[in-house]
Design a protein around this ligand. Sequence first.
Ligand code: PHE
Length: 351
Amino acid sequence: MNDLDQLVSAALAEFTAAPTPAELENAKARFMGKSGRVTELLKGLAALSHDEKKTRGAEINQTKQRIEAALAARRQAMAAEQLEAQLRAEALDVSLPGRQRGVGGLHPVSRTIERIESIFGSMGFDVAEGPEIETDWMSFTALNNPENHPARSMQDTFYVDMKDEQGQWLNLRPHTSPMQVRYARAHAARYASELATGQPMPEIRVIAPGRTYRVDSDATHSPMFHQCEGLWIGENVSFKDLKVVFTDFCRKFFESDELQLRFRPSFFPFTEPSAEIDIAFASGPLKGQWLEVAGSGQVHPNVVRNYGLDPERHIGFAFGMGPDRLTMLRYGVNDLRLFFDGDLRFLQQFR
Ligand code: PHE
């Protein structure tokens, strides 16, 4: 191996040993730089004769080309290594299962409320919503609960430690009955001129579903629960209409024409007469058992007055039912708390 071959192997060894691009460039300088080993050889040519210069010069040039080729090869290898490392570092595991979009579903109680709305909607009832934080007047006084009357404590109301602009104490509504008053008053205001001139006013026919609150908690009571109020007021609306409408509703809701209903005398300050409505299934595990599903009655004249209407002319009925209870009966759920625990294993069964 002559000196030039040795030089090429030395360069190759140094290039291969260079761990980084910067070290490679340093190694290159040691051979090709201003005072590099190849450059020194070329400088040495000056001392040679014309002929010697020719052959030696050609040999040195060849050597230079071989070193340059080795350098280029090493540079390329380094770039390839770097790319490889980067690809490895940024690799995606394509075998991971993708994130799927879950199939959502309506909460069973929401389903029930939609069902109630659609059945009453088909009977010409409007759907209204109202505030969950109510005034004392709306929750009690307007509904014929005299102040300080013991009937107020029938409902273990949550009071809000705050008064409204009129200085009235606020509460979390213990029932949806304030919506009777809100809706009927708005209706009476809309038809004020008809009412003033004795012309007929369109009937009030509305349901008002929503959340209600009482200090109550066990397997069949939750401090937050749902109610759906119903109100039908006209010039000739009677208890018989309540029976027809509610029977029709229950039979449609439970999809059974054999379902029995019972109107059991009861008491509410805002209705007179009043009745609890019980149902009994004609088949299934609860067959023949009377189950309470709603409170109801003919609206008390004092309440009709608070609607802004004349009780001598406008009469009708109201009812309040529990969509949570209806949902439990419809799906055979025995603990109300399951509806509000947010446990997907339970909720997914209703998708
Ligand atoms: N508001 C009553 C309750 O919460 C139910 C009801 C509504 C009764 C309308 C009669 C008329 O128990």
